[in-house]
Every structure is written in structure tokens, then in C-alpha cells.
Write a protein that binds this ligand. Structure first.
Ligand SMILES: *Cc1c(COP(=O)(O)O)cnc(C)c1O
Length: 344
């Protein structure tokens, strides 16, 4: 059954051929369980090659678990984590970061977009130094952000310099990390450990896998006991090869980056088409695979009447997200309907 493609979320997409093929290969024969298999070793090594460093690599089922457990590894229960008010850890993880850390509190900076500045970090980290306040221990940034924007390498370096000065660790939620690499054109190493990021959650699901995120510790000491933490949280897959093999497919073929670039190009395609539509404006610069737009009052109901699905949870505008499989012709149909509905 075929249904018209929708851009409500980048996890509407299926599994990309490279990930699917690797899963099929991993399905041949029987192999040892709980990550003691050659696919899992090969996937971890593919990350080490891609990031040009001997990092510790773990695999989890989803981003909520990856983020929460990574932050829990950085904190004691009396610590706190600085994030933007738009951060997924704050708005979309049902308190999991606090839960898995046994109470580490999120300290939320009221930001205009989802980008956190070094000044935001400094303000929250230094406003109190007494025993009654949860001691700041980590900062989490999302790259690209929940509002589809990017931190430049300079911005990441500025944040990490502030973190180091204040004794904070820097975590990156990279649920769309591939999209960020595709736009910035820098190496994964440059955007992470070389810029001072301590831990990265690298998203596989939105990049073309069925399920799965990788957690990379660039400072190996921080990963001490993380295997137990994953197991306790129900994140150790017994048939681990089906969580790790698709990474082999994505990373060794270069599909991870191609997928990100394609999704970004579709977002640019929509943004470009909207430039000539009077009354419709972009809410945030389009720098990754998402487009957030606002228009006349009749626009969003009109789009809904025409069957388009989208979320409005950020700032009341419509969010459209593109993925590895987004069809440019369908993007053009969306652009045409936006023009029609805003003029009607
Ligand atoms: C999708 C997403 C995640 C992961 O969410 P899960 O549904 O738990 O896999 C994490 N961070 C951001 C910014 C996301 O958009």
C-alpha cells in the first residue's frame, strides 16, 4: 500500500538500503549474543575510524536512553545539567535524564532558539555556589538543534572552553549528527572531541536505521561502568548484532553522510520555494533538515485540510522534517500547497 509521503517527522522514514542490507547479512547463521559478536566489534571500530580516535562506543535502543544514560554517567545525583529550554532532554524525555541519574536536575536557560551560548552557561553555572543548589556538572547541547540550527565550530569551542573553565563536562545530543556534518562540511572529529565535546550521542534512527543510537565517550575514563548502566536500564540488546550491523552498513558505505545531505537538501528546497510566497516566513534559519514556518492564520488549517501532517509544538508554527528518503517532487507539492493556502 502506498500513501503520499509526509514530512511531519524524520522518523516517518523507513530503513535505508545500506542499513537493511547489513541487517540481512547479520541475519545469516548464528552468532554470540550481548555484543560479543563480530558485527558489534566492526561497528565500534567503524566509529573509531570515522572519529579518528580510540573512543569507547556503546549502543542503545533510542535517543532518550542514550542521552539520559550519558548524562547520568557525568553526574552524581546532587549535580545539575545545563541545557536550553528547547532541549529534547528537557521537553521530550519525560524526565528520563533526572530519573536515570537518580535526581540530577536540569538547569534550563531561557533561550530564543534552541542554541545555548557560553554566556548562558556561565550565568547558570555561577549564579549560586552554595550547598543548597544542585552543583552544575555538565552542559548538553543539541547539534543540530531542535529548531534546525547549527552551532559553528567556533561556538562549540567557546562553549567547551567555558565548560573547562567552570569544571563542567560537555555532552552533545547528536540525534541528527549526520545532518550537522553534511552542512558544516567538517569532520566528525572536528565537531566533537577536537572542539572539546566529552560525550556524543550519535543518532541512527533519524539517519536511516530502524532503531538505535550510539554513545561515544571521547574521554574513556567517563565510560567506567557504563556497560553496567546500559544493562541496568534495559539497553543491552541480547541480539546486539541487529543494533550494530546497520551502523556498519551506514558508516562503511558513507550512507550516513549522504542520507544527511539529502535530507538537508530537501529542507533547502522547501525554504527556497517559500522565499517567493508572500506572508510566509521562516521561524529559524534553515541549516539542517528541518523547516519551521509561520504564515497567515488560514495557512495551517488549510494545509491540514489538504492532508498534510506537521507538528506545531515549537512556537506555534509548522515544522516539516526531511529524511534520507524524502521525495523532492513531494517537497514541491508541499511548497505549492503552502503558496495556495496562504493566498486563499
Ligand atoms: C529524536 C530526538 C532524540 C531521540 O528521541 P527518541 O525518540 O528517544 O529516540 C533525541 N534528541 C533530539 C533532539 C531528537 O530530535
Amino acid at each position: 500500500m502506498s500513501v503520499s509521503q509526509q514530512f511531519g517527522s524524520d522518523n516517518y522514514a523507513g530503513i535505508c538500503p545500506e542499513a537493511w542490507d547489513a541487517m540481512q547479512q547479520a541475519n545469516i547463521g548464528s552468532l554470540t549474543a550481548y555484543g560479543e559478536d563480530e558485527w558489534t566489534t566492526r561497528a565500534a571500530n567503524a566509529f573509531r575510524t570515522l572519529f579518528e580516535t580510540d573512543c569507547e562506543v556503546f549502543f542503545a535502543f533510542n535517543g532518550t536512553a542514550a542521552n539520559s544514560l550519558a548524562l547520568a554517567a557525568l553526574c552524581q545525583s546532587y549535580n545539575s545539567v545545563i541545557c536550553s529550554s528547547y532541549a529534547h532532554v528537557e521537553t521530550d524525555e519525560c524526565g528520563a535524564p533526572e530519573f536515570f541519574s537518580n535526581g540530577s536536575k536540569l538547569l534550563v536557560a531561557r533561550t530564543d532558539s534552541a542554541k545555548l551560548t557560553a554566556q548562558d552557561v556561565r550565568s547558570l553555572a555561577t549564579c549560586r555556589a552554595d550547598i543548597h543548589y544542585p552543583k552544575p556538572r555538565a552542559v548538553t547541547i543539541t547539534q543540530p538543534t531542535e529548531t534546525g540550527e547549527l552551532y559553528s565550530l567556533e561556538e562549540i569551542r567557546a562553549l567547551s572552553a567555558t565548560c573547562r573553565e567552570l569544571g563542567l563536562r560537555l555532552h552533545m545530543d547528536g540525534s541528527r549528527f549526520a545532518n550537522a556534518c553534511a552542512t558544516l562540511g567538517c569532520s566528525p572529529a572536528e565537531m566533537t572531541w577536537q572542539a572539546g565535546v566529552d560525550v556524543l550521542c550519535f543518532g541512527g534512527t533519524k539517519n536511516g536505521m530502524a532503531v538505535g543510537e550510539a554513545i561515544l565517550f571521547f574521554d574513556r575514563a567517563l565510560a567506567d561502568g557504563f556497560d553496567y548502566r546500559c544493562k541496568q536500564a534495559g539497553q543491552l540488546a541480547s541480539k546486539m548484532r541487529f543494533l550494530s550491523a546497520p551502523w556498519v552498513g551506514l558508516l562503511e558505505s558513507g550512507a550516513w553522510l549522504r542520507n544527511g545531505a539529502h535530507a538537508n537538501a530537501c529542507a533547502q528546497r522547501l525554504a527556497a520555494a517559500l522565499q517567493t510566497v508572500p506572508g510566509v516566513e521562516l521561524m529559524f534559519p534553515v541549516q539542517a533538515n528541518g523547516v519551521f514556518l509561520r504564515g497567515p492564520e488560514k495557512l495551517l488549517p488549510g494545509l491540514q485540510d489538504r492532508g498534510w501532517r506537521f507538528y506545531t509544538f515549537i512556537g506555534g508554527g509548522a515544522r516539516f522534517m526531511f529524511a534520507w528518503d524524502s521525495d523532492p517532487a513531494r517537497v514541491d507539492e508541499l511548497a505549492a500547497d503552502i503558496a495556495t493556502c496562504s493566498a486563499a
